[in-house]
Design a protein around this ligand. Structure first.
Ligand code: NAD
Length: 281
């Protein structure tokens, strides 16, 4: 392996130490940072994610409360809860765990959220603000990716950045963040022609397609920085969208899965919660 490993776990731990200090400062000033989590239904993965968010919050000095509603809850009830939490001055951050069970509409529920408490950065106001040049509440995974790039010393100015995937959650927002850092950005998707050739142009390649091992060493320009966002379960193991073995022999730096982008996502959620509580960075 030639590539340097970008250790998301270590970087996340370092940032979390700083976040805990800021949480303690807020508490000392009489502000108890609080995150409310709304979870509808009994999707086991969602329950695992929420448990981990609540645990991390507690470790950093952020109070949290989870509201678990049955899958059969009427949309109006979920909307009313989100509205009530939005109006509660003791609640700084609100997270609606996705996916919501059908027929609940995620966008309708999010519309009820006060954008200032939208710690996932998914309210239309924050998505628009992100496009326009900046938001206090960037979506967590894209913000975590930028932090990984920053901390691994990747200068993005004038670089060719290629993003594989155009979801509202990852691909599109990360493309805007890279653009704001003055990279030349190309966004690829399932209909892109000759994906390997486009990816080989990249100085920085961000892969968020949800296809296990899709990007191999042949897609990578020698020395490129590769960020693997994918989380796929294959035969009981977690693997990324990048075939780590072949990619690491060509790339200059690469994130592992697990231990790359994943720990950064939850860290940025905590950071957004503290921002909403009035943290001074
Ligand atoms: P998504 O399914 O919403 O979007 C996938 C995107 O990839 C689409 O835009 C699609 O056009 C594109 N795509 C699919 N197949 C392709 C192909 N063969 N060639 C080119 N493009 C292709 O997924 P998402 O929510 O953006 O998530 C992507 C991956 O990232 C998933 O594996 C998900 O689990 C993971 N993820 C990880 C984190 C984390 O914290 N590490 C957070 C969010 C998502």
């Amino acid at each position: 392996m030639a590539a340097i490993l970008i250790d998301g776990k270590a970087i996340a731990a370092d940032i979390q130490e700083h976040l805990a200090t800021e949480a303690a400062r807020l508490r000392g000033a009489g502000v108890i940072p609080h995150l409310s989590v709304v979870l509808v239904g009994d999707d086991p993965a969602s329950h695992t994610y929420v448990r981990s968010k609540v645990r991390t919050a507690a470790r950093l000095g952020i109070d949290s409360r989870d509201y678990v509603l049955p899958a059969s809850s009427p949309e109006a009830e979920v909307v009313a809860l989100v509205r009530r939490l939005s109006e509660d001055p003791g609640v700084h951050g609100i997270l609606v765990q996705s996916p919501l069970p059908a027929p609940l509409r995620f966008r309708t529920v999010l519309d009820a959220l006060d954008p200032r408490k939208d710690v996932d950065g998914l309210h239309l106001y924050n998505m628009g603000a992100l496009m326009a040049g900046g938001t206090a509440m960037p979506p967590c995974t894209p913000a975590g990716i930028l932090e990984l790039l920053r901390r691994s010393g990747t200068d993005l100015r004038g670089k060719e950045a290629v993003v594989v995937g155009r979801s509202d959650l990852v691909g599109k927002p990360v493309a805007f963040l890279l653009l704001h850092e003055h990279a030349t950005v190309t966004v690829c998707h399932s209909r892109t022609r000759d994906l390997p050739a486009v990816c080989r142009r990249a100085d920085v390649l961000v892969v968020a397609a949800g296809r296990a091992g899709m990007v191999t060493g042949e897609f990578i320009k020698p020395g490129a920085v590769v960020i693997d966002v994918g989380i796929n379960r294959v035969e009981g193991r977690l693997v990324g969208d990048v075939d780590f073995g072949s990619a690491a022999s060509v790339a200059g730096a690469i994130t592992p899965v697990p231990g790359g982008v994943g720990p950064m996502t939850i860290t940025m959620l905590m950071k957004n919660t503290l921002t909403a509580a009035g943290a001074a960075w």
